[in-house]
Design a protein around this ligand. Structure first.
Ligand SMILES: Nc1ncnc2c1ncn2[C@@H]1O[C@H](COP(=O)(O)OP(=O)(O)O)[C@@H](O)[C@H]1O
Ligand SMILES: Cc1ncsc1CCOP(=O)(O)O
Ligand SMILES: [Mg+2]
Length: 290
């Protein structure tokens, strides 16, 4: 099979897609986040910065109520434990019953049996609209051999231009198997459903030097998932470009000021809050695979 890319840096998907950020800011979707203790605060701030509204709640006794007042659900297994696992199941089922979209971030799924088995159970009991993770996490989900490095991707798994086509094939199979859009992050982001594939070349290596960039990406994607449900694949692609471009701008500012990754973290949040559709259109590097 020969696969070609069409660059979409000038023309975007359709007219309405040019205002995806503005529409999220107008809708201000409330997102129920069951997420990890490490980056919870970053996720809440990232959601606020792009115009969403977060509520973090993981006690089993309240998750159904919280999901009911929200428009979307994010389940991030980064610090899952015996108390939060039943909460994830309950919230996921409730969101499905209410037809609210749900996003799964399988943080470190390859690092322990608990993470792996819980994710398998979640996939059995809950329908996910989007699964967002790094390439090693996706390989474990697809039962492809991967040397786990905790919550980070293993460099040997990286998507490159050389292995892009073969990776797209199994990622699309994973999408068919789960019924979810698969959004993989890394040096090259790949976002697929069972038929289509987009590639995003935004971002910088320094983003992996601060914890939480993946978690924030998932949190922001959850807000876009709610507002752009009819254009889910395109919205996930747009968010990948958004996050990556904010990372690039933050890195440039950090370098100009001769500062380090503490500033990168702060500037990333600054640019997330300053980003709009016009600015993103100038910086996004999106390709459609066909
Ligand atoms: N080497 C890289 N080059 C460009 N962007 C990167 C690189 N590594 C990570 N990113 C970006 O950082 C963000 C988090 O991705 P990643 O590190 O893969 O997630 P996670 O933190 O879940 O492992 C994404 O926006 C991704 O595009
Ligand atoms: C370090 C760590 N440990 C458990 S969750 C977590 C944060 C992971 O964040 P990200 O997936 O965005 O790198
Ligand atoms: Mg992650």
């Amino acid at each position: 099979m020969s696969i070609k890319s069409i660059s979409l840096d000038i023309f975007f998907f359709c007219k309405e897609d040019e205002k995806m950020i503005e529409q999220v800011k107008n809708a201000k979707p409330l997102i129920h986040c069951i997420t990890n203790k490490v980056t919870m605060n970053d996720c809440a701030n990232a959601l606020l910065a792009i115009g969403g509204s977060p509520i973090m709640a993981d006690d089993e006794a309240e998750v159904e109520d919280i999901t009911s007042i929200c428009q979307g659900l994010l389940i991030n297994i980064g610090t899952l434990n015996q108390a939060t696992i039943p909460s994830m199941m309950k919230a996921g089922k409730k969101a499905n019953a209410l037809q609210h979209p749900v996003l799964l971030d399988p943080v470190g799924i390859g690092a322990s049996q608990l993470r792996y088995q819980t994710t398998q159970q979640l996939l059995k009991e809950v329908h996910f609209d989007v699964i967002r993770g790094n390439i090693s996490e996706m390989k474990v989900l697809m039962n492809i051999q991967s040397q786990s490095r905790g919550v980070d991707a293993n460099a040997s798994d990286s998507i490159t231009d050389e292995n892009l086509d073969e990776n797209i094939i199994w990622l699309q199979q994973l999408s068919s198997k789960t019924g979810a859009i698969i959004a993989v992050s890394g040096a090259i982001d790949v976002i697929v459903d069972s038929q289509n594939a987009y590639i995003v070349r935004n971002g910088c290596q320094e983003m992996s030097m601060i914890t939480g960039t993946g978690c924030m990406l998932s949190a922001i994607m959850s807000a876009f998932m709610v507002v752009h449900r009819q254009r889910l694949l395109e919205a996930c692609t747009y968010v990948s470009a958004l996050m990556g471009y904010c990372g690039e701008l933050a890195k440039n500012k950090m370098l100009v000021e001769k500062l380090g990754v503490g500033s990168l973290r702060v500037y990333l949040m600054d640019y997330l809050s300053l980003m709009n559709d016009g600015i993103l259109k100038e910086g996004m590097k999106i390709e459609k695979r066909c």
